[in-house]
Design a protein around this ligand. Structure first.
Ligand SMILES: Nc1nc2c(ncn2[C@@H]2O[C@H](COP(=O)(O)OP(=O)(O)O)[C@@H](O)[C@H]2O)c(=O)[nH]1
Ligand SMILES: [Mg+2]
Length: 295
């Protein structure tokens, strides 16, 4: 897999999907978690905002910069009736002969979005193989927190003139992204107004987040996005140990909640000591322990 063989990665991802808590999968994932090669970039936002189109642009730009790219497209439409609800969706298009790029679609946690534990595991696996892993997910409900706990950097995409920026102001509960990208800037003044709205909302709440308008169609604003991504990743690199531990904690707790419900979470009091290094086996062992208790 590390030598760049796509079939090997594809097999590993299938193993994760089929048997996430098996010995082979957990050993593989703990190893990947301990040996990250690159960074995970989360792209969130409502359906139709332009995430996939932007992902295509990012893939191209990273490849031009000599970086390898893995993509996980988390697709809520797979649990809905067809893709029609999401309108004219852009497909991720990559060169099949390019060994430096790999794209995988994975199902969302449920119809409200959010990352399934398999999508999280898939991203961790890809992070040990590729320089940049892009996770595209529809940003509704749980998914912002899920993305924030997975990615080194999150970009929230906002559609101009859609009321997304108003939503942004109201949503005090929302995880704060690292970058806000107002998409489709080629469509006129609405993008500029949306940037101003979001900046206004952010300054009221006292957080400093770069907000920028861009167009995937014309390429305007993409250079600035690339520079900002590089800056944020450089900053994120400095706090990695702390972030890793937080992530491990979140995944173990989240896994317990997923498999044993709130009741399981209430009976779970402390994180196993190996969790910050080996979160996947820590979860497997904690689940087994809690299940034994109930018997
Ligand atoms: N005018 C314009 N349209 C765009 C731009 N980016 C995406 N779109 C269009 O918006 C629609 C939804 O894009 P898509 O990438 O599928 O959105 P997603 O659901 O967020 O992944 C498609 O018809 C795209 O062609 C852009 O920068 N400018
Ligand atoms: Mg999409």
């Amino acid at each position: 897999m590390r030598a760049g063989a796509k079939p090997a990665l594809a097999r590993a991802l299938s193993l994760i999907e089929a048997d996430l808590h098996g010995d082979t999968a957990t050993a593989l994932l703990d190893d990947a978690f301990q040996n990250p090669l690159g960074s995970i970039i989360g792209l969130t936002g409502p359906p139709g905002v332009g995430k996939s189109t932007l992902t295509n642009v990012l893939i191209r730009r990273f490849r031009e910069a000599g970086k390898t790219v893995g993509v996980i497209a988390v697709d809520p439409s797979s649990v809905l009736t067809g893709g029609a609800l999401l309108g004219d969706r852009t497909r991720l298009s990559t060169d099949p002969d390019d060994h430096g790029v790999f794209v995988r679609s994975m199902a969302a946690r449920d119809r409200l979005g959010g990352l399934s534990d398999r999508a999280v595991a898939g991203a961790v696996l890809m992070q040990s193989v590729y320089h940049r892993v892009i996770v595209e997910s529809v940003g509704i409900g749980q998914s912002e927190a899920d993305i924030a706990n997975l990615a080194d950097l999150t970009v929230l995409c906002i559609q101009p003139g859609s009321g997304d920026s108003l939503q942004f102001m109201k949503a005090g509960i929302m995880e704060v992204p690292d970058i806000v990208a107002v998409t489709k800037a080629d469509m006129g003044d609405a993008a500029r107004r949306a940037v101003a709205d979001v900046e206004g909302a952010l300054s009221l709440s006292g957080v400093k987040v770069p907000v920028m308008a861009l167009s995937s169609t014309t390429g305007d604003g993409v250079d600035l996005l690339m520079e900002t991504i590089a800056d944020v990743l450089a900053e994120a690199g400095k706090k990695k140990p702390r972030i890793r531990e937080e992530r491990a904690r979140y995944w173990v707790r989240d896994g317990i909640k997923t498999y044993l419900g709130k009741d399981g979470l209430e009976r779970f009091d402390c994180l196993p000591p190996n969790a910050p290094d080996r979160p996947f086996s820590a979860l497997k062992e904690t689940l087994a322990g809690l299940r034994r208790e109930t018997r």
